[in-house]
Design a protein around this ligand. Structure first.
Ligand SMILES: [Zn+2]
Length: 154
């Protein structure tokens, strides 16, 4: 394992073992790397959003730490798939919903169908990486939840 992978792995583990929304120990890791934590306001908004987490720091904070590690090892980071790693992390901190999820999805599907295409027009922008909806009342280009770019750059 390279030093780069070791540090990425250590950051991943710290984020994952942190209390829901992050804790003092995780904050120390962020500080150590000079990564900026989420503001309390945003954290609260994310905790109340539909992007539920059962444990761990928010994916966007892990991304910020991993970005710092990438900057430390520019050669190793060339082949590093950040979005994929962040998504892998999100899968681990998501609450387990099991079968209930399938039924919930099935019933929303039917409801959507019977409502016709009326609602389809009202398309909210969703993150391609984690599926978080973009808040319409705020201006930003990167997903608040996982930090992935929401718009294609031209
Ligand atoms: Zn996202």
């Amino acid at each position: 394992m390279t030093e780069f992978n070791k540090e990425i792995d250590a950051a991943f583990q710290s984020a994952w073992h942190a209390a829901k929304g992050g804790d003092a120990k995780w904050y120390e890791v962020m500080q150590q790397y000079g990564a900026e934590p989420l503001s309390e306001g945003l954290k609260k908004e994310l905790l109340e959003s539909e992007m539920k987490i059962a444990r761990g720091a928010f994916p966007i904070e892990l991304r910020r730490v991993m970005e710092k590690i990438m900057a430390k090892y520019p050669n190793d980071s060339k082949s590093f798939a950040m979005d994929q790693k962040v998504l892998e992390y999100y899968q681990k901190i998501k609450p387990f919903t099991g079968l209930g999820d399938i039924f919930a999805n099935a019933s929303t599907g039917t409801a959507k169908y019977s409502q016709g295409l009326q609602k389809e027009k009202h398309n909210t922008i969703k993150c391609k990486n984690c599926g978080a909806p973009r808040l319409e009342e705020m201006q930003y280009d990167n997903c608040l939840f996982c930090g992935s770019e929401l718009f294609e750059r031209t």
